[in-house]
Design a protein around this ligand. Sequence first.
Ligand code: ATP
Length: 202
Amino acid sequence: MRAVGVLGGTFDPVHIGHILLARSILERLPLDEIVMIPAGDPPHKQRRPDMAPVEDRWTMVCQAARCITGFSVSRVEMDRKGKSFTVETLARLKREHPDWVLHLLIGEDNIGQIDSWQDPAGILSMCTVVAGTRTERGCAQAGRSRFEDRIVRVSTPVFEVSSTEIRQRIKAGLSIRYLVPEAVESHIRRRGLYTGSAKMLT
Ligand code: ATP
């Protein structure tokens, strides 16, 4: 059997916070592998006009995962039509990889959203939900879930960055160096993603 951590997200764009979350949990549980899964059509997010095309988000996730031992990527959500529901993704991974013991990795800020996901009980029957937290007990802003007792908390480093902040910095013409992997920064620059009319600083 293989202990696999699944990190789903919009990754618009992928950033160092995502990587630190997954790598810390990989080391600390430990897990054998992390699979990063970009959402095709994320159910909890509004479509924004400046959202990067799905193939750009895919390329950036591949660039981020490529250099990290134990990381891989999957197109399972991108290649499926309609909303990217986690419960369907996990069911498919289980069918295709019966030897995988699934762990769904989330940031602490997502704990309060679990109850509104499609079929949370189904999700918990297929995997262990692991939340990266600032302390073993979690922080006050984490939000509550009725599945609280079944969530495993792993202390992970705090790196306060979000994709929203990255997009805002690009629009404001500010540097994103050290907030995203170098290859991702180059891709954003080359493709002119998120810029509006701003010129990105190095
Ligand atoms: P946005 O700002 O567009 O909402 P985001 O930065 O939160 O995006 P997502 O792709 O929505 O990124 O997040 C995927 C997962 O990564 C979620 O479980 C989220 O909690 C977690 N995450 C995002 N940023 C961090 C961070 N800085 N540290 C730890 N976990 C994070």
